[in-house]
Design a protein. Structure first.
Length: 626
């Protein structure tokens, strides 16, 4: 193939512009990214060679070599991995097919980040080379291809790149960085070794550099033709915990997650028994931008006997723990395991269950011993963890203890255990209310009697809460009871005098209730006197077995149908507005207007929306001007 000049994809041009003009505070990450790419290329060769050993050609030992040339001002990262064909070079280096690229650009431009911690997260790590280079040349040949099918790719990062065919005896890839003026600090053995030690020490294949020796004539250190391994060349997760420092664990996390922040917590274990595997799992400190994408595969990498098999092995971690990052290395799975086999394997099920329990143990430890840190975790990931109540029945009890809520006594951080410890003598249920916002929940009329008696109510405002409650019915033998469902029954918390007074009020108010039922027959399923109200004239509730109004609204917002149903109107006979209803004579048109207004106000206070706001305004105006 003759030399061809091609243009970068539009998104690549934007990335190149940002890389060369915005990302400069942490320049050394270019080496981390390119060494990581070289390691991935070797992993891919190892994986493909499981079915075709001839791909190793005459070089079965996989390695990465890093070298530099002071005179030419170049740094070369060489691997003898899978390599690329001409088509792959154009596709991989000239275009980006990942949908996340636009998100990457938006984050980078919007936040004006002055480092490149995001760059690897979106699969654009190769372009980090342009942080220090004004030209990059890539020479490559795919494993199994003929020497004359080698490829040279080159670009100055300005919008175009050139591709031509070359003869290349060795399989694999050389990435040659032609350093721009002012970047000579990287033409140093000590500098490059220190970067590799910082970012790439865990890589499981050797990273080689030329040795130096003292030249007596030149009175300086010079490079020799002898190569030495400059990393430990042992996967970090395979090393004993006693040999790994906290700093190394944190750096490894940043390497595999492309996260600039240290992890919130991590766990490193070797599991032996019927199924043998090693797990190194991390909980991030902050939620990723795509946390709510349930189709996104998890962040766990699968290795088998230290051979990389796949990224994002979703079968190894339940969906509700999709934020967990890390590595699982199995000694039992077949080396040619596929995603389909993962779904069916009994060993994978055992690994999944064991890893889930380990993550929950890690969270339990943080919740018990580092309450401030757990509060941070809950702010970032709590709503996702709630999904587990319906997805993981085996661990439902453990998950329930990890849940945290707002309540009428605290805006955050209330556990079921905390709530149970504060329950009133004689209280038999855990009371809760669901709402769109914390402010809406706090101001709900349904809470009035509970506030008056000092009974704590949990305030649930996450969109997932209604779904969670369809799977969670009790905690430690105490039923969960909505204050907005059914009639209010405080049981032993209500004395006999209060019960008798309520019964008498209901009896005396029967005629007005019947009139209200007639006036609201198209809007209310029932009308009844209540003891749950103190300051409000009325409130909306639903029957015990009916769908809550809040859930019905959520379904409607999501474009889904909800069962047709009417709420129940409960009225407070002691309120002045309700007394006006009682005083209105039969046949008074104002009674119907006032009845509709009382219903509308109860609906609004509960967080609902009026079907006909204009009619509500007209009724209010008629009463105000009467």
């Amino acid at each position: 193939m003759d030399k061809q000049k091609l243009s970068f994809q539009a998104e690549v041009k934007q990335i190149l512009h940002l890389v060369t003009h915005s990302l400069y505070s942490n320049k050394e990450i270019f080496l981390r990214e390119l060494v990581s790419n070289a390691s991935d290329a070797c992993d891919k060769l190892r994986f493909e060679a499981l079915d075709n050993a001839a791909l190793y050609e005459d070089a079965p030992n996989l390695e990465v070599r890093v070298s530099y040339d002071e005179a030419a001002k170049t740094i070369t990262i060489r691997d003898n991995g899978i390599g690329m064909s001409a088509e792959e070079a154009v596709s991989h280096l000239g275009t980006i097919a990942k949908s996340g690229t636009r998100d990457f650009l938006a984050q980078l431009e919007g936040e004006r980040k002055k480092d490149a911690n995001l760059i690897g997260q979106f699969g654009v790590g190769f372009y980090s080379g342009f942080i220090v280079a004004d030209r990059i040349t890539v020479e490559t040949r795919r494993a199994g291809a003929r020497p004359e099918e080698g490829v040279r790719w080159s670009s100055e990062g300005s919008g175009d790149f050139e591709v031509e065919t070359i003869t290349r005896a060795e399989r694999g890839t050389d990435v040659i960085l032609h350093l721009r003026e002012g970047e000579e600090e990287f033409l140093s053995l000590w500098k490059l070794k220190s970067i590799i030690g910082k970012y790439s020490d865990h890589i499981s294949l050797p990273i080689l550099m030329r040795k130096q020796h003292w030249d007596e004539e030149k009175k300086e250190q010079v490079l020799t033709d002898e190569w030495e391994t400059v990393n430990k060349a042992a996967a970090l997760w395979t090393r004993p915990k006693s040999e790994v420092t906290d700093a190394q664990y944190q750096e490894f996390y940043k390497q595999i997650s492309y996260d600039s922040d240290a992890p919130l917590a991590y766990t490193h274990n070797r599991v032996e028994g019927r199924t043998e595997y090693t797990q190194l799992l991390y909980v991030p400190a902050k939620a990723p931008f795509d946390l709510w994408n349930r189709d996104k595969r998890g962040g766990v990498k699968l290795y088998v006997k230290r051979v990389f098999i796949m990224d994002d092995a979703e079968a190894l971690m339940p969906v509700y723990l999709r934020f967990v990052k890390g590595v699982i290395d199995s000694a039992d799975l077949p080396l040619n395991v596929s995603r389909e086999l993962l779904q069916e394997s009994r060993d994978v099920k055992a690994i999944r269950e064991g890893s889930t329990k380990r993550v929950l143990s890690m969270l339990e430890d943080v919740a018990e011993n580092q309450k401030d840190k757990y509060a941070e975790f809950w702010t970032q990931f709590g709503a996702v963890l709630k999904e587990g109540m319906g997805e993981d029945h085996a661990n439902q009890e453990r998950l329930a203890k990890l849940l945290r809520f707002a309540s009428t006594t605290a805006d955050a951080g209330v556990s079921f255990v905390d709530y149970a410890g504060r329950m009133k003598e004689g209280q038999e249920a855990i009371y809760y209310i669901t709402a769109d916002t914390l402010a809406g929940a706090k101001s709900s009329p349904q809470l009035e009697i509970f506030r008056k008696k000092g009974i704590e109510v949990l305030l649930l405002t996450d969109r997932v809460d209604e779904w969670m409650l369809s799977h969670l019915y009790e905690f430690d033998g105490k039923p969960l009871q909505s204050v907005a469902k059914g009639g209010v029954d405080l049981g032993k918390l209500q004395d006999e005098a209060e019960k008798k007074q309520a019964e008498e009020a209901a009896e005396a108010f029967k005629p007005i209730v019947e009139r209200l039922k007639t006036a609201l027959k198209d809007r209310a399923k029932d009308v009844r006197v209540t003891t749950r109200l103190v300051d409000s004239p009325a409130c909306i509730v639903v029957d015990e077995g009916d769908m809550s109004s809040h859930l019905a609204r959520l379904l409607k917002q999501a474009g889904q149908g909800a069962p047709k149903g009417m709420p129940i109107l409960e009225v407070n006979p002691a309120h002045a507005l309700v007394k006006r209803l009682e005083a209105a004579p039969e046949g008074d048109a104002r009674f119907d207007d006032l009845a509709q207004i009382v219903f509308d106000q109860a609906l609004l206070a509960e967080g609902g929306q009026l079907d006909d706001p204009a009619a509500y305004v007209q009724r209010v105006n008629r009463l105000l001007t009467a």
